[in-house]
Ligand binder design. Sequence first.
Ligand code: AMP
Length: 444
Amino acid sequence: MTFATLGLIEPLLRALETLGYQTPTPVQAQAIPAVLAGRDLMAAAQTGTGKTAGFAVPLLQLLTLEGPKVAANSARALILCPTRELAEQVHASVAEYAQNLPLTTYAVYGGVSINPQMMKLRKGVDILVATPGRLIDLFRQNALKLNQLQTLVLDEADRMLDLGFSEELANIYRMLPKKRQTLLFSATFSDEIRSLAGQMLNDPLTIEVSPRNVAANTVKQWVVPVDKKRKAELFVHLMRKGRWKQVLVFAKTRNGVDALVDKLQGLGINADGIHGDKPQATRQRALDRFKSSDVQILVATDVAARGLDIEDLPLVVNFDLPIVAEDYIHRIGRTGRAGNTGEAISLVCADEVNMLSAIEMLTRQTLARHMEQDFEPEHRVPDTDASGQVVKKPKKPKKPKSSGGGGKRNLGKWVDSGEVAPAEPSIKPVRKVPVFNTGPRKKK
Ligand code: AMP
């Protein structure tokens, strides 16, 4: 199959050729004809599968071939994204696909001055990419009218709900014309999203190019058990041992990001951090410098890093596991993109055993554990597996026989999702995982 057989017009074919896209990815092969036919869509596609082109390319074609010219302060298509970085990235892709078309595109998001955005919208834009909050601000200030809107795209729809945008989304729906095409894209689909989609979409075509909630099978995943207080030390050790060149590191909190960045910079390591407390310009600069390899280690929270496309990123490290198991799939989806292979290493302490268990259940795999010599935890991480079972009572740790013999317990083989049974898990995955301290109590 080629892009030409999908019925795309010549200027789009030329743009895709310039970008080096030779054949459509599975999600593109299904989504492009459906969008061109005017269908509503509910598409579950893994990160890195090319879903942006899956909705943007046919949308550009529809806008080129049909509909009146865009009016002042209006948009003909709206793409909603959960984060500012994602909005920028999606817009950059849309602009690349549109390079030979007489269409205008623009991205609006919070954290930067609204005035230039209001000015830019005066003439109207064909495709507007937006985060929900800023879109509503612009609408309320009469800088944007939505009565000409013909297509709405929700990208990473589940994340928008997770980030608490459900009220904003409800407000936005109220502003939209009833007759429109709606495309709902997400890497993962919770039951909550499925029921929302059921209400929002009109006779949607469902596309599921990969089994539900399975991480990209191009990513080798493994876990290193460690005591919480030694995580930073272990990270530096692994980094030096593995001669890591470019690593995206996820920490749970903003303070956690700052503390790790300070520690790494204190050791002379070229590191920077992004999280929601930092000004947008600083976030974008750190990200750009990481993408261009001017920064070696980028430490991020989930909110700042979702959906980002970083070319050839070899390694993701979960310094902390995510509280929401689905975020694990998004995090590790930053590597192993566009057919490349990648690695995802999680540093897991005893406190995080329930999160580990939820991730294994959700992704239907038992992650290999690799004990790092001299970093064996005092607080043992109880055994877990893909059934969701946590062996709560830790066995008494055996004393090491000799100084050189430790460090090999539980050394598993690489696990990738190719080894995972495609069946649904027998127990429903837990979305929000409470944190229980299952490790032995600290002595006072
Ligand atoms: P996405 O999942 O939309 O973030 O895309 C992931 C990466 O795959 C991006 O770097 C795209 O430029 C790239 N990509 C998307 N579609 C294709 C294709 N058909 N052939 C080659 N690369 C692609």
